[in-house]
Design a binder for this molecule. Structure first.
Ligand code: TXD
Length: 309
């Protein structure tokens, strides 16, 4: 059990993360920080008032004061703007870059030993910016995207095969955007290859829906973007950081030659531990998968070069 986990940004993803974390009893204290006066305080109080109903002891503090994140083992960064229906993740770039820079400067001062989980979009770029701003060891900075994209794929495969989603294995690599890459051959339903159970057209349709998984929800909601599954994905990562087991998930992490990728944060298979990234798992990819992964990484390298900060 962690002593303290802080969540920066008490909007939809941040507050839902705190709400699930409290119920999972993963830490003694959650600090929720937001720039808007009252938002974090109100959400924290609301979540605390579930304690007798949902049976948890977690203390939840909401504040605008970053000094309260001191000694956090994990800091989750959700601060930023969400995508509107007409906005791509990349258009959010410069607005969110300014926010992430200011947030990470404070994390560097108040929680220099924490593991950082980044959520803000465009995810792979903001994860890189968090590294540049904090100067933390690369293994301590992890972007959340692949857990969510893989979960979306599992949901759709589960609906199609009528199997429980928890019996489905899937991995989505690459950047959190249109260039993400679902590993078709890795999709297994109760140990069987999905391609033996679902016809190719349908499987391709499911993969396409996964790639547009966030966009589909943005269009339905009209304002704001998805938050239940994104928050649950963060909590899953925190569980794995705690357990330090060998479960392999996809996260945006710093590559130093793995899959031939250099000097970039991008979604690859990893194992997590209390220090952050335990290991990047170099599973075998075919040539077209490797190309797709490299193209995705190149795309984000270019976006990083275009950053105006
Ligand atoms: O899988 C993923 N990585 C994603 C990412 C899945 C879903 C959402 N994704 C992105 O997360 C989304 O595109 C946004 O960039 C972030 C946060 O999404 P959310 O839906 O939570 O946005 P909200 O509800 O607008 O909340 C953002 C909060 C809001 O309360 C602001 O007041 C606050 O961030 N904010 C700040 N807090 C602290 N410090 C600063 N500087 C700050 N600026 C804004």
């Amino acid at each position: 059990m962690f002593k303290k986990i802080s969540v920066i940004g008490a909007g939809q993803v941040g507050s839902t993360t705190a709400f699930i974390l409290a119920q999972k009893k993963l830490c003694n204290e959650i600090v929720l920080i937001d720039v808007v006066e009252g938002t974090a305080q109100g959400k924290a109080l609301d979540i605390m008032q579930c304690n007798s109903l949902l049976d948890f002891e977690t203390k939840i503090i909401g504040s605008n004061d970053y000094s309260l994140i001191k000694d956090s083992e994990i800091v989750v960064v959700t601060a930023g703007l969400a995508r509107s229906p007409t906005m791509t993740r990349e258009e959010l770039l410069n607005k969110n870059a300014g926010i992430i820079k200011s947030v990470c400067e404070k994390i560097k001062i108040f929680a220099p030993n924490s593991v950082l989980i980044m959520i803000t979009n465009p995810l792979d770029v903001m994860t890189w910016l968090a590294w540049k701003t904090t100067g933390f060891e690369t293994k301590k900075i992890i972007g959340q995207a692949g857990v969510l994209d893989s979960a979306r794929l599992k949901t759709f495969i589960g609906i199609e095969t009528k199997e429980s989603a928890s019996e489905i294995k899937a991995l989505v690599l690459g950047g959190h955007g249109d260039s993400m890459l679902a590993l078709k051959n890795e999709i297994k339903v109760n140990g069987k290859k999905a391609s033996d159970l679902i016809n190719e057209n349908k499987l391709n349709e499911i993969i396409k829906r996964t790639v547009n998984g966030g966009g589909e929800i943005v269009e339905l909601l009209k304002t704001g973007s998805a938050y239940y599954a994104p928050a649950a994905s963060v909590v899953k990562m925190i569980e794995l950081i705690e357990k330090e087991n060998d479960e392999v998930i996809a996260c945006s992490v710093y590559c130093t030659g793995e899959f031939g990728l250099q000097d970039i944060f991008i979604g690859v298979p990893v194992k997590l531990c209390k220090n952050g990234v335990k290991e990047i798992v170099e599973i075998k990819l075919n040539e077209s998968e490797l190309n797709a992964l490299h193209n995705s990484a190149e795309k984000y390298k270019k976006i990083i070069e275009s950053l105006k900060i």
